[in-house]
Design a protein. Structure first.
Length: 356
């Protein structure tokens, strides 16, 4: 969604059609931020969409984690059918929360707790941490959120979920978020999940793409601020299929970021120093620790499936945002920036070489 970084042609007819579809008032927000530059305004609109999309994953993890934590406490206090428990409904819930619960039960068309929970909004769960529910959490905060420090409780959770919920609602209603303090929101999301489960927070942080998207914010030209070419390392060593591994002992090869195999001027494969080391380790083991590097060529290294699948070639004008996404794919180890017209290698990005 909104991820293509190739320049898009905006003629008068296209601009008029887009304004009509998006609505003049909505587009005006971005046009103001772009100081009247329509191309830049559309770039900001697309960036906002990408940024919102990147938050869907951490927001969903936070919401599910929160509701499961609360559900666990409510089951302890009011039984597995807490949503139908008279004491909970009449003596604990505020009229506002009771109304939200009843609407969820209507939408679920079932009294099954799991189906009702699925219909309850983030608003419902976050509201349960307001001051009116202080008694509910007096002895249960640390049970639901074992990561809370001594002396912390409902108030700390409320301060997190309140801000997360406000942000979530802006995302859900397609409102601008590009000028919000999104690093702070991301930090609050991570903190909330971490208070419940550090493992889940670590997993979520690893797979989230918010930081990558933030680096793709457009500039006044209306394009992504950085391309693959601007960040690719030019210190790669060109080899052919017949190059022996002995030749890789040269200083220029040793200090290179990666090795790129070229045929007819085009990059056909690439591998890192780590992949070369893995190959040599395996061969040394097979030959009792003794191997002649003159007997092994790049062609032998390329027979390793991991080497073949670990190479991706992208045109140099590909956005850094897209290149990093490719580099983070499970099997990718080296991304080679190539000339769009000639296919010649211009630089490399190596997963083990640099953190992006």
């Amino acid at each position: 969604m909104a991820e293509c970084q190739v320049s898009y042609p905006y003629d008068a007819a296209t601009i008029a059609s887009l304004k009509a579809s998006l609505s003049e008032p909505r587009f005006a927000t971005y046009l103001t931020k772009a100081a009247g530059n329509e191309n830049f305004a559309f770039a900001l609109y697309l960036y906002n969409a990408r940024l919102a999309k990147s938050f869907l994953f951490p927001l969903s993890v936070a919401e599910v984690t929160l509701r499961n934590a609360v559900d666990g406490v409510l089951r302890q206090l009011h039984g597995d059918e807490w949503h139908q428990d008279g004491d909970f409904r009449n003596n604990v819930l505020t009229p506002q929360s009771l109304g939200a619960l009843d609407k969820a039960m209507e939408r679920a068309r079932s009294n099954e707790r799991g189906k009702v929970i699925a219909e309850l909004t983030f608003d419902f769960w976050s509201n349960l941490f307001r001051n009116e529910y202080a008694d509910l959490w007096r002895t249960k905060s640390n049970i639901a959120f074992p990561g809370l420090s001594h002396g912390q409780g409902r108030h700390e959770i409320q301060s997190l979920v309140r801000e997360i919920n406000r942000f979530r609602n802006r995302v859900a209603h397609h409102e601008p978020i590009l000028d919000m303090n999104v690093p702070d929101i991301q930090s609050k999301i991570i903190k909330l999940v971490e208070l419940r489960c550090e493992v889940t927070a670590k997993w979520m942080r690893h797979h989230a793409t918010v930081n990558i998207v933030m680096r793709s914010r457009p500039n006044l030209s209306g394009s992504a601020p950085v391309s693959l070419a601007s960040k690719a390392d030019p210190r790669f060593y060109v080899v052919s299929r017949t190059t022996t591994l002995m030749e890789l002992g040269r200083e220029e090869a040793r200090i290179s970021a990666a090795f790129v195999c070229v045929e007819d001027g085009q990059a056909i494969a690439a591998f890192s120093h780590q992949q070369l080391s893995n190959y040599l380790t395996i061969k040394a083991f097979e030959h009792d620790g003794l191997i002649d590097l003159n007997d092994h060529t790049i062609a032998h290294v390329l027979t390793d499936p991991a080497v073949g699948m670990g190479f991706r070639a992208l045109t140099a004008d590909t956005s850094l945002f897209e290149a990093i996404k490719v580099l983070k794919e499970p099997k990718t180890r080296v991304v080679v920036a190539i000339d769009r017209d000639q296919g010649t290698p211009l630089g490399v990005m190596v997963r083990a070489h640099r953190r992006y």
